[in-house]
Ligand binder design. Structure first.
Ligand code: GLC
Length: 645
């Protein structure tokens, strides 16, 4: 670390800055004869304060705001007519991503199609399924060799050469737009590959670039930080600092030793990333997934996650984007405790000013917990403890993604039921790696922490549900029950590639030297198009058709708009949970049985939420009570609405 360590670790408070009126005048001048200069100025008037307040909160550099204004003006001037049209449409319909019509799909380009041009050939498949949002996993140029599934970017201006070019990306985004599908890409902003030119310059002695990273001449500071840091990859990449022999210093590397954490207290890093964001926006990207955003700010004595400056930086970047390219939204990837995650939408002064979307990790974990225990009470407790999110935002709900599942279950939630949190998390790991008799799952352990014994797990949704096992005839019903919850909560439901055809674990990853050390590749299989094109699958149960039907019904239910939250209530039957949604377009009571056996629930327990709502929108059938009880089949999933709805 340089001698400025103590000041660098403290937030830089604002000094005298440029006056807002001067900056507005700068913006007008820089926009020159741009036909939409008036629109951009109106957006400055709307979001400029968000930008200036956040900049003042984090950075003292008086040259920063004029630089940002310049970047905004230049990016807008370079924006194509069709993207400007998209900006206008989205400003008129700012809730576009909250609508019940949104359905997401996430895939690795190479596993899904081979390359960007070939992905165009599969747009019709996505349309048929009902997809309106495609997240292509990291596709910018990465380092050679292991690259953490694309999260070790070596060049943000180039697409990975095996996948295509920036022009291919632009072509794909415009084809997707024509098909009614928006494009999400990853923005890896906590770190770069050590092969990135900034890191290379730092290694060859350039002090300007060395200040882009956290580097230390000896172990004093790293050791002091380590006291409160956690480890992300305790087995394959223990510790948070790596000795770099060329730099002759310790480098902060939260993830793998080849991923160098960036120094976001340096305003130059902020400007570099704003430029990257605006460039991607001008290629037609609609949503950026802010990768590992929780880790951006380092503060001694903390776990260096969820620091307030992370939120100020997000507010600043989002405000800049609202002004220059408002068709773009942000999605936070903050896999942090449930009590922290809502702050990524903004709380207090940041409310509604940060990410538009955020992954609902806690809900995902609770679905798997409920299926394993055949008991949904913990889900109801955990969900009731989560704070409201701003009405202008939406959760990204999911059952599986490309990452492992970590058991983010709070002790206090378990204690409400008289359960021990540690024992329950341990049970879930044993369960999903098929080490207990009641297990239906086929998962593998990921990164056991030798000190805390914390274990995470891997496996495709289908394999974790028991698809492929002869003794699990209900595996597909289980999978669909889980996906119905994902589709029913409100927000953007994300399907992970292959789940729609119940793809099971792919053990071939072990034969690829770049993947062999990372068993997350077990759940990143290749798309078998010969099967997918027939809408068939390996379970023999036409999961595709059932999922497509579910999506169709979802789109018809305006009340699933993400602006209203979902209440999650348990019932007197441990396995039965109700999701209750009160929306002016019509109330909906969703009922799920997470057990592999039929159950009877007192009818009033369900009727109380929306009397008269007995038509199941999913099956088109009316739910009829017998002797005051509703009979629910194993893994029943009902979306109850009023007949007229
Ligand atoms: C995110 C990604 C994960 C990656 C990590 C480091 O959590 O989802 O796959 O390993 O960031 O970039």
């Amino acid at each position: 670390m340089t001698s400025t360590v103590s000041t660098r670790l403290a937030p830089r408070r604002a000094g005298a800055s440029h006056q807002p009126a001067d900056l507005r005048a700068d913006l007008l001048r820089e926009l020159g004869d741009d036909a939409l200069a008036e629109d951009v100025l109106a957006r400055w008037d709307r979001w400029g304060d968000d930008l200036l307040d956040a900049a003042a909160e984090v950075y003292a550099d008086p040259t920063l705001t004029p630089r940002l204004v310049h970047q905004i003006a230049m990016a807008h001037r370079a924006r194509s007519e069709s993207l400007r049209e998209r900006d206008r449409a989205r400003l008129l319909r700012p809730d576009w991503f909250q609508s019940a019509e949104q359905v997401g799909y996430a895939a690795y380009t190479e596993r899904f199609a081979g390359s960007l041009p070939r992905a165009i050939e599969h747009i019709a498949y996505l349309q048929d399924l009902g997809v309106t949002y495609l997240h292509l996993m990291p596709l910018l140029q990465t380092r050679p060799g292991p690259d953490d599934g694309g999260y070790a970017v070596s060049d943000y201006d180039e697409v990975r050469s095996d996948l295509g070019t920036m022009d291919d990306l632009e072509e794909l985004s415009s084809r997707l737009h024509c098909a009614g599908i928006s494009l999400t890409l990853d923005l890896v902003l906590n770190h770069v590959a050590r092969e990135h030119r900034w890191a290379q310059a730092a290694r060859s002695g350039d002090v300007h670039y060395r200040d882009y990273f956290w580097t230390f001449s000896d172990r004093e500071m790293p050791d002091a930080f380590e006291r409160t840091l956690t480890e992300v990859f305790p087995q394959t990449s223990p510790g948070n600092f790596t000795w770099d022999p060329q730099l002759h210093r310790w480098v902060w590397t939260t993830f793998n030793s080849y991923q160098w954490d960036l120094n976001w207290s340096n305003p130059d890093v902020l400007c570099e990333f704003l430029q990257i964001i605006l460039n991607l926006a001008n290629r037609g990207v609609d949503c950026l997934r802010l990768d590992a955003i929780a880790f951006l700010w380092k503060r001694m004595g903390t776990n260096c996650q969820n620091q307030p400056e992370v939120h100020a930086i997000t507010q600043l970047l989002r405000a800049a984007v609202r002004i220059a390219a408002p068709a773009l939204v942000f999605k936070a990837e903050a896999i942090v405790p449930p009590s922290e995650v809502v702050s990524y939408f903004g709380r207090g002064k940041y409310a509604g000013r940060l990410s538009d979307l955020a992954y609902h990790n806690s809900f995902m974990v609770q679905i798997w917990s409920a299926l394993a225990t055949r008991d949904a009470r913990l889900m109801a407790v955990a969900m009731s403890h989560m704070s409201q999110v701003p009405t202008t935002t939406a959760w990204a709900t999911y059952l599986r993604c490309h990452d492992d599942i970590g058991w983010a279950i709070e002790d206090r939630d378990c204690e409400t039921l008289g359960w021990n949190g540690w024992a329950h998390r341990n049970f879930l790991c044993d369960f999903y790696t098929n080490q207990v008799e009641s297990s239906f799952a086929d998962g593998t352990v990921f990164e056991e922490n030798p000190i805390t014994h914390d274990r995470r797990i891997n496996g495709t949704a289908a394999s974790l549900c028991g698809v492929g096992r002869d003794d699990q005839p209900l595996a597909v019903d289980r999978l669909l029950c889980a996906y119905t919850m994902v589709m029913g909560l409100g927000g953007v439901p994300l399907i992970f590639m292959g789940d729609e055809i119940a793809l099971c674990n792919d053990r071939d990853y072990a034969n690829d030297p770049n993947h062999a050390d990372d068993n997350r590749w077990i759940h990143r299989p290749l798309m078998p198009w010969e099967v997918a094109n027939e809408h068939g699958d390996f379970s023999g149960h036409r999961v595709y058709d059932r999922l497509r039907h579910l999506i169709e019904v979802r789109k018809s239910q305006e009340s699933l708009h993400a602006s209203v939250g979902t209440e999650v209530h348990s019932t007197s039957v441990d396995a039965v949970v109700c999701f209750v949604r009160h929306h002016p377009a019509g109330d909906m009571t969703q009922v799920y049985n997470v057990a592999d056996h039929a159950v009877s629930v007192p009818a009033w327990e369900i009727d109380q939420y929306a009397p008269g709502a007995v038509l199941d929108a999913l099956s088109g059938q009316t739910l009829v009570a017998q002797d005051g009880m509703y009979e629910l089949a194993p893994y029943a999933a009902l979306w109850l609405v009023r007949e007229s709805a």
